[in-house]
Structures are given as structure tokens and as C-alpha cells.
Design a protein around this ligand. Structure first.
Ligand SMILES: Cn1cnc(CNC(=O)c2cc(-c3ccc(F)cc3)cc(O)c2O)c1
Ligand SMILES: [Mg+2]
Length: 214
């Protein structure tokens, strides 16, 4: 009955997942999006790469740009150590409203702060609003033409430190060519491409992992 696709995803979670079980929540979304309606979640295949990078970094403070319905928010939050935090930024209020419910259903709401608004406006306010020194990990999954300006903004606001890991979704499909040029040509990043597939599809896509060198 849910009128929008995000609402139908939420319904699928409420119907098929177990409250308080993050794994069952993102698995229910994957099942729905693979068999019923495609949606732009990072998905199960790229999600495994996200999991492995997260486990390696074990961030105390992480940032996600582009919450959408909270699929990757739940995937990230479930792997955070006790006391670690994830700040996730979503521009679209309808997406944010669904994401809050999916995050709560998964039981990870205590680790997550969802902030609504344009990333370009919110990033400069992160230090004062959330008392952040710098981020250990950043997942970029929002508008692809915002990857470069927001990365430069994170640098200029002193929100990256030596060793901060940036992980960018969709660098092939839909593509973020300027971002790839930026991080691969900059002496301030050490970049590596993780080849995969577009969520729920056979089309190539991948994640770019870039370590800020300070
Ligand atoms: C409206 N909006 C709110 N947030 C965003 C940012 N995300 C994307 O744009 C995005 C798009 C696609 C995608 C769409 C159509 C297609 F044919 C192939 C790929 C996949 C993703 O993983 C994405 O993250 C867009
Ligand atoms: Mg994406």
C-alpha cells in the first residue's frame, strides 16, 4: 500500500525483518529490491566491500553523505564499536523520514545522527554542532556531482586527518569521473578501485577507496 518506493521498502522491512536485527533489515531490503523494485541502495555485493573496509578502519566517528532509506546507514552502524558514532546527511526530507524508521527498526538509532539538509551547508557546521575534530571514515553516496566539492570542503574545514578513509560509491555507474580524476591525481590521496557491480544488476560499478595523506 505504501505510496512511494521508500515507503514500500519500509513496509518490506516491517513485514520481513526482525526488529533490532540489523542484518535482517538490510537483507529484507536487498530481497525486495532484487525481486520486486530496483532501488539505489549500495546493495549486497558492494555492501560486502563496504563491510570489509569498515572492519579494517573501525572508525570512532564516521560520516555518510546520502542516507537515502538508510540501507548503508544500518550496514555501517551495525559494525561500529560501542561508543562510536555515524553522522548521516540526507537532503530529501521524504527519504530522511523513511530512513529514520528503518534505522530505528534495526535498533541502531543510538549510534546514528541523521541530519537533514544540503551537505554543502552542513559540512562547515559539523565541528561546532557535533564537537567533531575530524572524521575517521567518510562514505560518499549522494549526488555524484557533489563528491568533489564536498571532499574539498571536508579538507578545507579540517575534517580530514592523516589516514582518514574516503569510500565513494558509483564511481563507474552513474559515474563520478571528476572525483576519480581528483583523488587519483592528487598527491594528498592514496586511491584504490574495488571493481564490483551496480546494485541488483550485472552492470559494472565499483567503489573507490582513498586514504587522505594529510
Ligand atoms: C535523487 N537522489 C538522492 N540521492 C541520490 C544519490 N544517489 C544516486 O544518484 C545513485 C544513483 C544510482 C543509479 C541510478 C540510476 C541508474 F540507472 C543507475 C544507477 C545508483 C546509486 O547507487 C546511487 O547512489 C540521488
Ligand atoms: Mg550509491
Amino acid at each position: 500500500t505504501g505510496s512511494t518506493q521508500p515507503q514500500r521498502m519500509l513496509e518490506a522491512v516491517q513485514k520481513n525483518a526482525t526488529k533490532g536485527d540489523p542484518e535482517s533489515v538490510f537483507s529484507a531490503i536487498d530481497y525486495y529490491c532484487r525481486h520486486k523494485e530496483w532501488a539505489m541502495n549500495v546493495g549486497d555485493e558492494k555492501g560486502l566491500i563496504l563491510d570489509s573496509v569498515l572492519t579494517e578502519v573501525n572508525p570512532s566517528i564516521a560520516l555518510e553523505l546520502g542516507t537515502y532509506c538508510g540501507y548503508s546507514t544500518v550496514r555501517i552502524a551495525r559494525l561500529l564499536s560501542p561508543g562510536s558514532k555515524l553522522i548521516t546527511v540526507e537532503f530529501n526530507p521524504a527519504f530522511a523520514a523513511v530512513a529514520r524508521q528503518i534505522i530505528a527498526y534495526a535498533g541502531v538509532q543510538d549510534k546514528v545522527t541523521l541530519v537533514e539538509g544540503p551537505s554543502g551547508d552542513l559540512i562547515p557546521k559539523m565541528k561546532e554542532r557535533f564537537g567533531i575534530k575530524s572524521f575517521d571514515f567518510v562514505f560518499l553516496d549522494h549526488w555524484k556531482d557533489r563528491y568533489v566539492p564536498d571532499t574539498k570542503l571536508l579538507e578545507d574545514c579540517g575534517l580530514l586527518r592523516k589516514g582518514t578513509v574516503l569510500l565513494a560509491d558509483n564511481v563507474i555507474c552513474p559515474g563520478a569521473p571528476e572525483y576519480l580524476k581528483y583523488v587519483r591525481n592528487s598527491p594528498r590521496y592514496e586511491s584504490r578501485y574495488f571493481k564490483s557491480n551496480l546494485e541488483y544488476s550485472k552492470v559494472e560499478d565499483g567503489l573507490e577507496k582513498s586514504v587522505f595523506l594529510g
